[in-house]
Design a protein around this ligand. Structure first.
Ligand SMILES: Nc1ncnc2c1ncn2[C@@H]1O[C@H](COP(=O)(O)OP(=O)(O)O)[C@@H](O)[C@H]1O
Length: 178
């Protein structure tokens, strides 16, 4: 039986742990999942209009990005890892996970990453104001949006185990429906 797998969006303020979770999930998932770090993709494939020096970030060409992702997402079995999620069409994800982190810890993580002060402040404020969570909640049905804490190794392990459980349940539902 072909088992395409779900489309899982991992989102959250930069530094909350999206890529770390995605890598573990790829290893532990009962079905193959392709991890797409959307930010890296944008850079590698030049899917941006300009680089904003002041904010040290790219202005993404969203139409081109969606065109590139569509054929991959339509096959299923994908993790989309990005700090924003509202650009993805509502029909795409089966699950949207929003990672959250205490702002003091987040500040340290972003400092370690070498972000300049303005960018750390901007992201820290966004985390406190739960911008990404609100974005996810206003873009997707409540039942597919999950908020998970990502502040420790225990959180990391528990979160991955929980998503793996969700994948197993999702597969069972699909078999029952077919
Ligand atoms: N749950 C966690 N516990 C401890 N450290 C974490 C956790 N999640 C992320 N980190 C650390 O925080 C940093 C940023 O994580 P990363 O996965 O790159 O974030 P993102 O992909 O959201 O930008 C990394 O050094 C990572 O090891």
């Amino acid at each position: 039986m072909s088992d395409p797998g779900p489309v899982i969006v991992l989102t959250g303020t930069p530094g909350t742990g999206k890529s770390t979770h995605a890598q573990l999930l790829v290893n532990e998932s009962p079905i193959p999942l392709r991890h797409i770090n959307v930010g890296d993709w944008v850079k590698e494939k030049g899917l941006y209009e300009e680089f904003n020096e002041e904010w040290q970030s790219y202005t993404v060409d969203e139409d081109r990005l969606l065109d590139e992702l569509e054929p991959i997402v339509s096959k299923g079995g994908v993790i989309l890892d990005w700090h924003t999620c509202e650009v993805f069409p509502e029909r795409w994800p089966d699950l949207v996970v929003v990672f959250r982190c205490d702002h003091t810890q987040l500040w340290e993580r972003l400092e370690k990453r070498g972000y300049h002060l303005k960018k750390i402040q901007e992201n820290n404020e966004a985390e406190i104001m739960q911008v990404v969570l609100e974005e996810a909640r206003s873009s997707y049905p409540a039942e597919i949006v999950v908020e998970l804490k990502s502040e420790s190794t225990e959180d990391l392990e528990a979160n991955v185990a929980r998503i793996v459980e969700w994948i197993n349940a999702w597969r069972k539902d699909r078999v029952a429906e077919s």
